[in-house]
Design a protein around this ligand. Structure first.
Ligand SMILES: Cc1cc2nc3c(=O)[nH]c(=O)nc-3n(C[C@H](O)[C@H](O)[C@H](O)COP(=O)(O)O)c2cc1C
Length: 167
């Protein structure tokens, strides 16, 4: 699919079809995260796929139902350094766009309880979970059902002119 259409049509989805995500697609999602750039190419992030700890981890995000409904949940773990949040964001967005290109919907989940995740995931001192991304096969939305311009027009976002400045 056209990359711009994938970007324009991506919305954060909090419920998903029950079908499992094919293993090859899960791998593409994780590879998309791995290949994202990072400050000085330090790549100080790792991706923890929540499996046995998933049920307990739901209590650590602000909206537990997102993780309960997901068929894949990936915690992005970073050091507590200055660029780590930006680097985590790049990896997360790469993953979500690669997923959406393959018909997989997703949503970032803010962490409400770092201490619980630290215990469940066995994090090192100085590490934190930047975000947990929930994924699942898309239920009811199809990126190719509209043009990129139609997706842009329908997006619940502020107008471009209100955020772009030229100096
Ligand atoms: C850093 C970050 C944290 C977020 N945390 C949550 C969250 O905890 N729970 C949730 O349901 N959505 C979360 N979201 C999703 C936002 O609510 C979503 O991006 C915004 O409402 C736009 O949604 P849309 O793409 O469907 O228009 C988060 C998004 C970001 C970027």
């Amino acid at each position: 699919m056209d990359t711009f259409t994938v970007i324009a049509s991506k919305r954060d989805a909090r419920s998903y079809a029950a079908d499992p995500i094919p293993d090859a697609t899960v791998r593409r999602i994780l590879e998309a995260g791995r290949v994202a750039g990072s400050a000085m190419n330090r790549q100080q992030r790792r991706f923890v796929v929540l499996e046995t700890v998933r049920e307990q981890a739901t209590a650590a995000v602000t909206r537990p139902s997102n993780l309960e409904r997901a068929t894949l949940a990936v915690a992005i773990v970073t050091p507590e350094s200055s660029y780590a949040g930006f680097d985590a964001g790049r990896a997360a967005q790469n993953m979500m766009l690669a997923a959406w290109n393959d018909g997989v919907a997703s949503c970032p989940n803010a962490v409400a309880d770092q201490d619980l995740l630290r215990r469940l995931l066995g994090l090192e001192d100085g590490e934190r979970v930047a975000v947990i991304v929930s994924f699942g096969m898309a239920a009811g939305r199809d990126a190719q059902s509209r043009s990129a311009d139609e997706w842009l027009g329908g997006a619940d976002r502020v107008p471009l002119d209100s955020i772009v400045q030229r100096v």
